[in-house]
Design a protein around this ligand. Sequence first.
Ligand code: ATP
Ligand code: MG
Length: 399
Amino acid sequence: MRDYTQQLTVEQFGAMVPTATRTLGSQRGPYLGYTPTGAPLPVRFDASQAPREDRASAALLIGTLGSGKTVASEAIEYAAERAGSLVVDFDPKPDHGLHKLAELGERLEVLELSGDPAQQGRLDPLAIGLKDLREELACSYLLELLPGPTGSWENAVSLAVKDTVREGSRSLLRTVELLGASDRSPAKEAAEALEVIRDFGLARLGFGDGQSPSLEVAKPVTTIRMPGLSLPEPSAARDTYTRAERVSVATLSLVAAYALALISRDRSRHKIVGLDEIWFLLASPQGRQIVNRLVRLGRAFNATLLLGTHRIADLGDLSDLIGVVFIFGQDSADAAAAALRFVGLSPTRELVGRIREFRAGRCLMRDLHGRVGEVQIDLVYPHLLQAFTTTPQSPRSDS
Ligand SMILES: Nc1ncnc2c1ncn2[C@@H]1O[C@H](COP(=O)(O)OP(=O)(O)OP(=O)(O)O)[C@@H](O)[C@H]1O
Ligand SMILES: [Mg+2]
């Protein structure tokens, strides 16, 4: 009779050790799921722990299409709201479902940002930007909107923004006016180009007259949606963007800047900012810079960022600022290997294969202590999963 004991090489045994630990997550805080291997142990995740303990406060949720990132972010946000945190959830697709929860009712507001004339200037960078970032934000927003190489316009735009701020005005329309009134030709050209763009769909949001009511977040949960977004393919090069795509990408950075202003207001209350599909934001240098700031300042402002994305490669220099990581299902061996390396594991064939099979909220979590283990995100209540599920449902259950 053959021996049924499986023989392991030293390497195989060693490769199992990083996932052999089964204690995972925060010591206290809301239940997020359980360890599916062996006897299940509960896994808690306290989103406010990282800023409280002065650790990197961005959590990354990474995974392929339909692997469970959005459902998990919403589960974390929901639990945090119940524990008293403020939640700002940016829903770019849109496919989030916090608004479907009756228990959030009056506590939730959906902000729809659109190119409607009534929304003119709601995201004007001079009005919403933090004081010391306003000028820079306005300059990069304008340059991002302008077509083609913007080198010759850079000076003119930055001078006009400076003059606007010096006047005490907080209106980008004023900046365009100043550009147009200049007797230098690059300024005039930039003004002409901006005059065409500023009334184009979502660009309206960025050009205020200094009086436009800015965005306010009044409820414990705010879902921000932008139905008019027209986003480029993740792999598209910047110079191939259409005008609508350019405007969309530039406007997204304003939403992130707005989130930054928002989290800086009240340091005493914990906040969660959920940025799903973060590669949209990282597609522009300006967006990247703002996300970088958000993540860096999050801890000091008592805020936790939930960043959802498909690929590790999108992160670039942000990767040093990530605390907790959730690796959901990956669609290729390369992506799985990159994700494993990111949490400090060797991409053995077994682990790569396992991660590629993860679906429906199964993930590998690296907690704040650096422990890594498998977790099944568990919403417990069926109505939560039903509200958050993004798989098309029959019309009856959607009502
Ligand atoms: N924890 C979970 N328990 C059970 N089912 C889940 C769980 N998480 C996700 N699912 C199922 O998987 C589907 C896809 O999840 P989700 O929308 O979160 O994926 P995603 O990673 O955000 O995808 P995409 O990249 O396309 O946005 C959900 O509609 C739901 O049916
Ligand atoms: Mg999603």
